[in-house]
Design a protein around this ligand. Structure first.
Ligand code: PLP
Length: 285
């Protein structure tokens, strides 16, 4: 079955799904994106993802090209046409097509929209969670606004490649003071030996993860206390547990950081419990 993409009003096979060379997403990474988990053919936390999309668009002054209700139809239809039961749906909106010039084109072109969907291997994902993942650390070389879900991801790409070459699944990005900001494509968490669950506050230095918000809800429901504060690599390596959160991963236990085992080097019970409970605290549409 060929995969289908939605591109500017039409559903096309991927091989025919094209964007003009002067699209500003292609030329300047002048756009934003969202990724929602798809579970049992439904979208997970669409409302919160769309609220973040609207915020990202507002921060870079791109208009929402269609009402959220119409966008919701496109997201669901792309999932349906690709027969995705479990996987992700990807949405990208750029400032549109115009002759190459740095400042915003005037008059503003119609923003470009692309939506794709793909299945993931549920069994493989569960296996990874029972084994845990290795993380390495690299300097956070991103711009000052990682809170905007921009398609400009070159530092994240380079960090992920360093991780891959080291045999790790994720790179944790380290700020100038030696604190972990977040993963290259996830939020970072630790549970200290005192049982304190710690994650960095969602200020401008990180993306305010939707899965992060769901996990905070899950912890509040369990009566687990948590602290939003920065933590260092040394603190993370000495932690009882560590994990990452992202829509495509839910909760993924971290079992080593820069080659040092976290806790006993196996996925921790709190991370695994939060993974099991996650969808009870999410919304489905
Ligand atoms: N931080 C970064 C840099 C990300 O790219 C992502 C997800 O792609 C996240 C955090 C997690 O966000 P969410 O839970 O909304 O997927």
């Amino acid at each position: 079955m060929s995969r289908i993409a939605y591109v500017n009003g039409r559903y096309r096979p991927h091989r025919d799904a094209v964007i003009p060379v002067e699209d500003r997403g292609y030329q300047f990474a002048d756009g934003v994106y969202e990724v929602c988990e798809v579970r049992e053919a439904r979208l997970v936390d669409e409302r919160r993802h769309m609220a973040r999309l609207v915020r990202s668009l507002g921060e870079v002054r791109i208009r929402l090209p269609m009402p959220l209700s119409a966008l919701s139809v496109v997201l669901h239809e792309t999932v349906r046409r690709n027969r995705v039961r479990n996987g992700i749906v990807y949405l990208q909106i750029t400032r549109g097509v115009a002759r190459r010039d740095f400042a915003f084109p005037a008059p503003a072109p119609a923003p470009s929209i692309v939506v794709t969907a793909r299945s993931h291997d549920h069994v493989k994902a569960e296996k990874m969670a029972t084994e845990g993942i290795a993380v390495i650390t690299v300097a956070d070389g991103r711009w000052a606004r990682p809170d905007i879900k921009s398609v400009s991801l070159l530092p994240n790409v380079l960090a992920k490649q360093v991780a891959r070459e080291a045999g790790a699944r994720e790179a944790w990005l380290i700020d100038a003071e030696g604190f972990v900001t977040e993963g290259a494509s996830s939020n970072a968490w630790i549970i200290t030996t005192d049982g304190e669950v710690v994650t960095r506050p969602a200020d401008n230095s990180i993306l305010s993860g939707i899965s992060r918000a769901v996990v905070l809800d899950a912890m509040a429901a369990r009566g687990l206390s948590f602290t939003e504060r920065p933590f260092t690599v040394a603190e993370a390596q000495a932690a009882r547990e560590a994990f990452i959160t992202a829509a495509s991963q839910i909760v993924q236990p971290v079992t080593s950081i820069d080659g040092k085992p976290v806790g006993d080097g196996r996925p921790g019970p709190i991370a695994l419990g939060l993974r099991r409970e996650f969808h009870r605290h999410a919304e489905f549409t």
